[in-house]
Design a binder for this molecule. Structure first.
Ligand code: NAD
Length: 497
């Protein structure tokens, strides 16, 4: 069976711990590979390689860095299909969706190619007589990234291209469930000319993460994953003196007002709730139907859901693939049965879905729950599967109050033709990313991505200008060149004149 190893100092490295974890094909349920699971020793080796590389990379010219990033951009572009196939083989999402993920990740490499523009400093001349002030931003040193299973390529690409463009070196700990895409990205970076040790990968689980969080040579940590682990990473990392941005889970609401285009709203609800089998942090999991919209909207969602094709991600006819693990499939199904027991109407029950010829795959069909109320588990918890809940409310004010009471605040959307209502919503929504007739408002690379409340711990969103700020620290330099007029003893606090 193929073993996925670590990538340290520019080459594959076998684990010393001897521990391995299984990697499955979710469409068949079969184990296809094993992945090395790092102990503290492998995490230490990766940090040491990154520290050594920082000695030269940290002071390398912008021309050197961008030449490598431009070549890297071309290589990822040329290998889109291959990376997407690796994603589908381990995650299960359909090939077109995997290609979309690669494209959105590539946006950040393209942003990083323009890093000289974003790293330009500031200069103020003559702030005081014969005194100038310059402000520059410098890298932090060794920084780390810890990423979730649901975007094996895109989320790592949210992090390391910006970090290394800013002059840092990087240790990535990808999800142990989907390790191959990140490893391929590291190989391509080496092919693009990235010096050994600038980008390292340690595969593993909690042990590797906890060593990274404790390591004195790691200056900052970017994390994307579930809320409980995001909170743990933020608390532990900051207690250890590190800069931390930790993006967590979500429960994204989509408000549909009575004047909305209901066909557009139904299409959007289907795409955003069931795309990638609901395993997206920007998935819509709650439709808040305002006034009399619920019945006609549910009819339209039902019609569309009946036509969805569920099957292996490699099959071009499939629109939705399996879930990541058997255990996750069973957990998602339990929310549907639990919602029925708690009084919701199960309009579509996907729990019994099977795919002929793939009986052991982690399959579940799409589910639609109506008359969901905020006390039900299906409403209160992040299901992370193809389950869409409809909550009925009377007014816009009821809808916004319901949504803003949620502990999460990642993305949200409103469907309406009323500009005034949309404007109110964009100001009143307690979420980091808002869509107006756009169900998955993932910002483009040059605008930062991030949520509010329990969807993000830390002060910085990821990529965009926030990414540059997160991966650099400011320095302000005050300069005066010797002039006889400035000599003399003066013990007073320096004043500008
Ligand atoms: P997860 O939190 O289980 O794992 C994320 C990472 O943390 C993985 O690398 C994993 O190995 C590591 N990890 C797991 N348990 C750990 C522990 N006890 N201690 C230390 N590290 C640990 O998340 P997941 O299941 O891989 O991904 C799905 C979750 O990620 C969902 O909640 C989803 O909403 C969230 N997510 C959020 C965003 C966002 O931008 N906010 C994006 C993608 C996914």
């Amino acid at each position: 069976m193929k073993t996925i190893n670590h990538w340290i100092g520019g080459k594959p490295v076998e684990g010393v711990s001897g521990h391995h974890g299984p990697v499955y094909d979710p469409a068949t349920g079969a184990q296809t590979k094993q992945v090395a699971l790092a102990s503290a020793a492998e995490a230490d080796a990766a940090v040491a390689a990154a520290k050594e590389a920082y000695a030269t990379w940290g002071t390398s010219s912008l021309a050197t860095r961008t030449a490598i990033l431009f070549r890297y951009r071309e290589l990822i572009d040329a290998h889109r299909e291959e990376i997407a196939a690796l994603i589908t083989a381990e995650h299960g999402k359909v090939h077109a969706d995997a290609l979309g993920e690669v494209a959105r990740g590539l946006e950040i490499v393209e942003l990083a190619c323009g890093i000289p523009q974003q790293l330009k400093g500031e200069l103020s001349t003559q702030v005081s007589t014969r005194v100038d002030v310059a402000a520059i931003r410098q890298p932090l040193g060794v920084v780390a990234g810890i990423t979730p299973f649901n975007f094996p390529a895109m989320v790592p690409l949210w992090m390391f291209p910006m970090a290394i463009a800013c002059g840092n070196t990087f240790v990535l700990k990808p999800s142990e469930k989907v390790p191959s895409a990140a490893l391929r990205l590291a190989e391509l970076a080496a092919e693009a000319g990235l010096p050994d040790g600038v980008l390292n990968i340690v595969n593993g689980e909690r042990e590797a993460v906890d060593r990274i969080l404790a390591h004195p040579d790691v200056a900052a940590v970017s994390f994307v994953g579930s809320t409980p682990i995001a909170r743990h990473v933020h608390t532990t990392g900051t207690a250890n003196g590190k800069r931390v941005q930790a993006l967590g889970g979500a429960k994204n609401h989509m408000l549909v007002l009575p004047d909305a285009d209901l066909d557009l709203a139904a299409d959007s609800a289907i795409n955003a709730a069931y795309g990638s089998a609901g395993e997206r942090c920007m998935a819509i999991s709650v439709v808040v139907a305002v006034g009399a919209t619920a019945d006609p909207l549910i009819e339209k969602i039902k019609e569309r859901a009946a036509a969805l094709r569920i099957g292996p991600g490699q099959d071009p006819a499939s629109e939705m693939g399996p879930l990541i693990t058997k255990a996750h499939r069973d957990k998602v199904a339990s929310y549907v049965t639990g919602a029925a027991a708690q009084g919701a109407d199960v309009v579509i029950d996907g729990t019994g879905h099977t795919v002929p010829g793939h009986e052991n795959g982690h399959w579940i069909g799409v589910s639609l729950l109506d008359h969901v109320t905020p006390d039900m588990d299906a409403y209160r918890e992040e299901i992370f599967g193809p389950v869409l809940s409809v909550v009925r409310v009377d007014t816009y004010d009821d809808a916004i109050a319901l949504m803003n009471a949620s502990p999460w605040g990642n993305g949200t959307a409103i469907f309406t033709r009323d500009g005034g209502a949309a404007r109110r919503f964009q100001l009143e929504a307690e979420a980091g990313m808002v869509g107006i007739n756009v169900p998955i408002p993932v910002p483009v690379g040059y605008h930062s991505f991030g949520g509010w409340k329990d969807s993000l711990f830390g002060d910085h969103h990821i990529y965009g200008n926030d990414g540059v700020h997160f991966y650099t620290r400011g320095k302000v330099i005050t300069t005066r060149w010797p002039d006889p007029a400035d000599s003399g003893i003066n013990l007073g606090f320096p004043r500008n004149h």
